[in-house]
Design a protein around this ligand. Structure first.
Ligand SMILES: Cc1cc2nc3c(=O)[nH]c(=O)nc-3n(C[C@H](O)[C@H](O)[C@H](O)COP(=O)(O)O)c2cc1C
Length: 345
């Protein structure tokens, strides 16, 4: 059975699910498999070079059997604060995706995202690209949503709730509050609104569609696939984690030295001794040494594993294609259940 939302129509996909760009975890293989299964896949560029990005994109081209002249039906995600570090490298990274004619670009976590939107729009105009690149922006408040819609004229808005795995704004409300608050402020006929954070299964996605979202973004669920670039040790930790295992923290960024995030951003991951030690005042050099050692040895009590609040709902590794198929069937089943709750009597 088909599902019809403003997102499925805009992207030309069957399932209203987007696999989040996840720095250090989602490359071309994951994005390609998600798209091939009927949802929409993003790969991330956080911490990678232009050369690596180009390699990942040619992997996608190969996996989807596309000729060099054909557009790539996946998206590429960028961290705004990393782009802001050097305009020249930012433009090279953005151009690598645009030259490969990717369908969408995702921007988040920057102090000046609009300059990159302008860059993408100018590239599209110069290359007479039609349809133009679909621009996604992730926000965590109704205030930022209005700027993205009215001032930046973005194409897809992602509302990131407090439940989200990986980085996000600590002040973000939970999705059940954030989505209605943005929808109340959205103009009629505005861009599709997607919900992100803590979503692992189709019934959750269906509930957000009923709330008025056009689709959902899943990150953590797609970490638990053979295609994600997480290590086996990180995947094992995700499989073992229970629903109370995550915490929002800056401990992992302090331990690995990634401190360029905009004010108010922290990350949700599995709680372990790296967090415990930093919270209880152990000196940073000692924690860093144990963290580095833990990463090398795959020690779950020290290494970094980003994860959202939904982690306890799933405890197995599955191919991305299988996950998309399951999500689709589950969403349809729950939308039917919802519609059966109403009748004329
Ligand atoms: C490992 C990991 C890496 C992430 N990296 C990025 C990123 O590079 N850019 C970004 O905008 N969001 C990133 N996120 C956040 C996602 O965009 C999304 O909001 C989040 O995964 C949704 O919550 P969930 O993980 O509970 O599904 C990341 C999330 C995870 C779990």
């Amino acid at each position: 059975m088909s599902i019809n939302t403003s997102l499925t129509r805009l992207l030309g996909v069957k399932t209203p699910v987007v696999a989040a760009p996840m720095a250090g975890a989602s490359g071309g293989a994951l994005a390609a498999q998600v798209t091939a299964a009927g949802a929409f896949g993003f790969m991330a560029t956080g911490y990678i070079s232009v050369e690596r990005l180009v390699n990942e994109l040619s992997l996608v081209r190969g996996m989807l059997n596309l000729a060099p002249s054909e557009p790539l039906p996946i998206g590429v995600g960028y961290l705004g604060w990393q782009l802001e570090e050097s305009t020249a490298s930012a433009e090279a990274l953005l151009s690598a995706a645009l030259d490969n004619h990717v369908q969408a670009i995702w921007l988040a976590f920057g102090n000046n995202l609009y300059q990159w939107i302008t860059y993408i729009r100018s590239y599209d105009a110069e290359h007479k690209r039609s349809p133009p690149t679909t621009i996604f922006v992730q926000v965590a408040s109704a205030k930022d949503a209005l700027v993205a819609i009215h001032d930046w004229k973005i194409d897809v808005l992602v509302a990131q709730g407090n439940e989200s795995g990986g980085h996000g704004y600590g002040s973000a409300p939970p999705l059940l509050t954030l989505v209605p608050s943005i929808l109340a402020a959205l103009p009629k006929g505005g861009p599709p609104l997607l919900a992100a954070g803590g979503l692992m299964i189709g019934s959750q996605v269906a509930s957000l569609l009923v709330l008025g979202a056009a689709g959902a973004v899943l990150g953590t669920r797609f970490l638990m696939t053979p295609e994600s670039q997480y290590t086996d040790a990180q995947k094992r930790a995700l499989v073992a984690a229970k629903s109370d295992a995550t915490v929002r923290t800056m401990a992992f960024d302090r331990a690995r030295g990634t401190l360029g995030w905009p004010t108010g951003v922290d990350g949700r991951g599995l709680y372990n001794s790296t967090v415990k030690d930093l919270d209880s005042g152990v000196d940073i050099e000692t924690v860093k040494a144990k963290f580095d050692d833990g990463v090398r040895n795959g020690n779950p009590d020290r290494m970094l594993v980003w994860a959202g609040t939904g982690i306890g709902l799933i405890s197995e590794i599955k191919e991305a294609k299988e996950i998309v198929r399951e999500l689709h069937a589950d969403i349809v089943e729950h939308l039917k259940l919802a519609s059966e709750l109403c009748n004329d009597n």
